[in-house]
Design a protein around this ligand. Structure first.
Ligand code: NAP
Ligand code: MG
Length: 507
């Protein structure tokens, strides 16, 4: 457990085993009596704690607490709200080493990757905290004399944030921080696979001074807790990141109540490598994009579309690079790639590796589960390279979310672009070339929300918008200058200081 020394940790109960919910500013034990174990994916003999499967009533209580806290938070000046986020940023920075180890133990990514995620989160807090001093509208001229017109951005009320397990620090914060600085109150439903990291993030906001009820967290299943939150009549908006299946369900439930829904979902992110590319750079970026975080990033590289003229050389180098990836517990030094997050994700990875072989793709590297020695009790799979994949194959179309990369060979730029766009998703995409014409045509015509030129598909900076098109995303982009759009409403104000009735009303 993350409890410091012998002191009881308020976030857990029952001998420090079951995690608590955070409702109305208190860490409260779930009354459901039902739990599921939280296991270390690198060694499932280690149980970190028990996750309560909270009830729909508990979810509703969290919404009640958020609703009660809303009027006071709404009228707190935005720079004061921002100051609390700055405090959260400082706390996270001071605690980042312990938080990184917890994140690795719970989710499986390497400590280096965990530290990268936490630094990104610190940057997001820095950017968003300062929005408290920028939150403004516009002044717009009136067609009448002595009339002053302006807009203000106002909060929505209670918003719900539903998040996945793969970035359990960054994603909750990139939703909650803009929601809070704008004056909304929040109910947070984290992924059941990462409850302890989620509690640690909430604890940082609590200690930073977020008032009671302004931020609440309820642990439990998507079916019970998630649905109770999404359907609650007092919830004004839902921001979701996760799979397309769940996102589609939430979107349609929200539409029935006419509330705002923002969904960021799956990806099948392509890299194009043209014959004039810097081959070493392209190979290294593809490997990092495909195998980094065990392929469990929404922006992971899962297809690499290579011009035939260099394809043999590219594949040879990529396979050689994949064999250098050191697999093991992310807590150990010298490890490049941790385990799949759980048994079900491991089975999905292995299932798609079998599908690729059945479809006639050529397995050139990896492809096996690893269970020898220290790997015996974890969900480890090899970095896997498929060559001669065609765009129609399932491994080229469906999100695997594992360290599996498909090489698609093409004759030139046009065919590469067509193959890159031939999927339902549209999150991130890259091209490696020195040809300015290809670079700008790619930037114009690739169907993706995030485009990289001569760098890999993952990554992004806190001050830039993040999100996808097509089946990947609906709603305004998260992060950067667009982050507040989802969490605020524009109000238009007309001030007539003539002191006279209008002679005619046009509208
Ligand atoms: P998921 O299975 O869709 O779950 C996401 C969250 O939704 C979890 O908290 C889950 O709870 C909850 N949930 C499940 N059913 C629900 C329901 N009916 N109502 C409300 N909430 C419900 O996704 P995941 O497996 O955690 O994450 C992997 C997926 O996330 C991948 O597809 C990946 O591409 C995507 N992702 C996208 C982005 C992006 O920005 N585009 C970023 C990261 C990840 P439980 O944990 O209890 O099931
Ligand atoms: Mg899932």
């Amino acid at each position: 457990m993350s409890a410091a020394g012998a002191r009881p940790d308020p976030r857990t109960q029952g001998g420090g085993k079951a995690y608590r919910n955070f409702i109305g500013g208190e860490w409260v034990a779930s009354e459901s009596g039902r739990t599921t174990p939280n296991l270390n994916p690198a060694d499932t003999r280690e149980m970190l704690g028990l996750v309560p499967l909270s009830t729909a009533d508990e979810a509703r209580r969290a919404v009640d607490a958020a609703r009660a806290a809303y009027p006071a938070w709404r009228s707190t000046p935005p720079p004061k709200r921002g100051a609390i986020l700055f405090k959260a940023m400082a706390l996270m920075d001071a605690e980042k080493d312990a938080l990184a180890r917890l994140l690795t133990r719970e989710e499986g990514k390497t400590v280096k990757e965990s530290l990268g995620e936490i630094q990104r989160t610190i940057n997001i807090l820095e950017y968003t905290a300062a929005e408290g001093r920028r939150l403004g509208g516009q002044t717009i001229p009136s067609e009448l004399p002595s009339n002053f017109c302006y807009t203000v951005r106002q909060p929505l009320g209670v918003v719900v944030c539903v998040t996945p397990w793969n970035f359990p620090v960054a994603i909750p914060v990139w939703k909650m921080a803009p929601a809070l600085v704008s004056g909304n109150t929040v109910v947070f439903k984290p992924a059941t696979l990462t409850p302890e990291t989620s509690g640690a993030v909430v604890s940082i906001f609590e200690r930073a001074g977020v008032p009671k009820g302004v931020l609440n967290m309820v642990l439990g299943s998507g079916g019970t807790v998630g649905n109770a939150l999404v359907d609650h009549p007092d919830v004004r908006a839902i921001s979701f990141t996760g799979s397309n299946e769940v996102g589609a369900e939430i979107y349609s439930r929200g539409a029935k109540r006419m509330v705002r829904v923002q969904c960021e979902m799956g990806g099948k992110n392509p890299v194009i490598v043209l014959a004039d590319a810097d081959l070493d750079l392209a190979v290294e970026s593809t490997a990092q994009g495909a195998f980094g975080s065990t392929g469990q990033r929404c922006t992971a590289t899962s297809r690499v579309i290579v011009e035939e003229a260099i394809a043999d050389a590219f594949v040879e180098r990529l396979v050689a690079r994949s064999k250098k990836v050191k697999i093991g517990s992310g807590l150990d030094t010298g490890i490049d790639m941790g385990p799949a997050v759980d048994k079900s994700q491991l089975e999905t990875d292995l299932k798609y590796i079998a599908i690729g072989q059945d479809e006639g793709a050529k397995l050139c590297g990896g492809g096996r589960r690893r269970e020898e020695g220290a790997l015996a009790h974890g969900h480890f799979v090899e970095p896997t390279v498929f060559d001669h994949v065609t765009p129609a194959m399932r491994i080229a179309q469906e999100e695997i979310f594992g360290p599996v990369i498909s090489v698609i060979r093409v004759k030139g730029f046009e065919e590469a672009l067509a193959a890159a766009n031939d999927v339902r998703y549209g999150l991130a995409a890259s091209i490696f070339t020195r040809d300015p014409s290809a670079i700008f045509r790619f930037a114009d015509d690739i169907e993706a929300g995030i485009v990289h030129i001569n760098s890999g598909t993952p990554g992004g900076e806190a001050q830039l918008p993040f999100g996808g098109t097509k089946a990947t995303g609906v709603g305004p982009r998260e992060q950067g200058p667009t982050a507040l759009e989802f969490y605020t409403e524009v109000k238009t104000v007309y001030v007539d200081y003539t002191g006279q009735a209008r002679k005619s009303s046009i509208y």
